[in-house]
Design a protein around this ligand. Structure first.
Ligand code: AP5
Ligand code: MG
Ligand code: ZN
Length: 214
């Protein structure tokens, strides 16, 4: 099964994608995570992406399209994938269609996570992840069971994203409304678009997605 989780920054795409990896054996393909790895590698391309991401703007379509195309060809993706943060422009959505047709793959569901802009700043500024295993947490909404210790791996170091500040979030939200929201009608017209209430509790959102996937 192949699906897209669509929604603004902080909607919960990453949170739900990781749960689907655990429960369904699907692979999370997050262009944001791939780009952060590219930035961390220190390559010239990474350096270029770093400044764009820190400003909350979108990196060039060609770069993310190529990253996704190469990643989908890897053997671990054969049971299906969850696209998280891609496509983000109409050009990316069109490139994805072509790519999937070329590779003989099908898109089963596009799930829009609907959230109020006002809630997103708090979600994003409170977010952090385990430095060792990458498990996501939140200062208020998803704390580790033992303070300062990762539930999953026991790690005690955590990190926050460079773009997770109130100022950059505003730009990221603007980019979502201007560039990404226009792809919703694109999928609605193909009959694959479903919606979940991203304002509900994390477990409730998980249940809503499960009901769609069957
Ligand atoms: P990316 O990494 O994709 O970031 P994003 O889209 O801004 O989304 P986030 O990761 O911030 O949010 P999320 O929906 O995953 O929420 P999460 O589950 O963490 O992109 C970063 C940058 O990379 C972009 O700005 C751009 O520059 C570049 N980029 C990436 N892809 C690109 C592309 N295709 N084209 C061009 N440029 C691209 O949840 C957030 C927090 O809320 C967490 O702490 C979580 O615990 C909590 N939470 C989650 N769900 C709930 C809930 N239901 N209730 C309460 N709290 C919740
Ligand atoms: Mg994410
Ligand atoms: Zn951990």
């Amino acid at each position: 099964m192949n699906l897209i989780l669509l929604g603004p920054p902080g909607a919960g795409k990453g949170t739900q994608a990781r749960r689907l990896e655990d429960t369904r054996g699907l692979v999370q393909l997050s262009t944001g995570d791939m780009l952060r790895a590219l930035v961390a590698s220190g390559s010239p391309l990474g350096q270029q992406a770093k400044d764009i991401m820190a400003a909350g703007k979108l990196v060039p379509d060609e770069l993310v399209i190529e990253m996704i195309s190469q990643r989908i060809d890897q053997p671990d993706v054969k049971n299906g994938f969850i696209l998280d943060g891609f496509p983000r422009t109409v050009a990316q959505a069109e490139a994805l269609d072509k790519m999937l047709a070329d590779k003989g793959l099908k898109l089963n569901h596009v799930i829009e996570m609907k959230v109020d802009d006002a809630a997103l700043v708090e979600r994003i500024t409170g977010r952090y992840t385990c430095a060792k295993c990458g498990k996501g947490y939140h200062d208020t909404f998803e704390k580790p069971k033992v303070d300062g210790v990762c539930d999953q791996c026991g790690g005690t170091e955590f990190k926050r994203r460079a773009d997770d500040n109130a100022e950059t979030v505003t730009t990221r939200l603007d980019q979502y409304h201007q560039q990404t929201a226009p792809i919703l009608p694109y999928y609605a017209s193909r009959g694959v678009l479903k919606g979940v209430d991203g304002m509900a509790d994390i477990d409730v959102v998980t249940e809503q997605i499960a009901a769609i996937l069957g």
